[in-house]
Design a protein around this ligand. Structure first.
Ligand code: SAH
Ligand code: MG
Length: 194
């Protein structure tokens, strides 16, 4: 099992797939264990790495995960089969904005297009159980959220940084949730529904 995980990580590195860093994964796993989480929704599967790590936390965990890119979706399906997790991880190959889910999840993990986090949050909070949590990755956006804007040369990157800052403000001002921010990995937030 550990060999298979190492192969997935190596593939991610060689193909520039932005998978979660180790300390971010540790954070997710410890939240799942501590709160006895069983049903998880993930936005942004990539090649299945974080979904697999979450599912491996305990045998009765189910993960539903959404990925719009077809190549990554196929790689995720392959990896999930390698680990015999196809009964517990469902991958949906669609744009998350086109997905309608009726199930409720105790944990929603947002790790997709960084400029869209507010929209993902608002769409999928309807699928959160009472006292459920939404965890979001990449709130530092490779350290750029703390960089003075004039030092960021790419207009596109500046746009993403602005939207990330707006998301942080959105979370801070959202009275329906208690949000904590952690300087772990590329910056993580944990928003617990009141
Ligand atoms: N959670 C993964 C990494 C996800 S990378 C891990 O840690 O292993 C982010 C992924 O989100 C990319 O593969 C990208 O294609 C996908 N994505 C971005 N916007 C999306 C959207 N609107 N709907 C579905 N997938 C999206
Ligand atoms: Mg990420």
């Amino acid at each position: 099992m550990f060999d298979k995980i190492q192969i997935i990580k190596k593939y991610a590195k060689e193909n520039n797939v932005p998978i979660m860093q180790n300390d971010g994964i540790d954070f997710l796993i410890s939240y799942i264990k501590k709160n006895n989480i069983k049903n998880i929704l993930e936005i942004g599967t990539a090649i299945g790495y974080s979904a697999i790590m979450m599912a491996l936390t305990s045998k009765d965990i189910k993960v539903t995960t959404i990925e719009r890119d077809e190549l990554r979706y196929k790689e995720a399906i392959k990896n999930i089969k390698e680990l015999n997790l196809e009964d517990r991880i469902t991958v949906i190959n669609k744009d998350a904005f086109d997905v309608e889910l009726n199930d409720n999840f105790e944990l929603i993990f947002i790790d997709a297009a960084k400029a869209q986090s507010i929209k993902f949050f608002e769409k999928f909070e309807n699928n959160l159980t009472k006292n459920g949590a939404i965890i979001t990755d990449n709130l530092n956006f490779h350290g750029l959220v703390k960089t003075p804007e004039e030092e960021i040369l790419s207009r596109n990157v500046r746009g993403i940084v602005r939207k990330t800052k707006a998301y942080i403000e959105f979370l801070k001002n959202n009275e329906k949730y208690n949000t904590e921010f952690y300087d772990i990995g590329d910056g993580i937030s944990l928003s617990i529904k009141k």
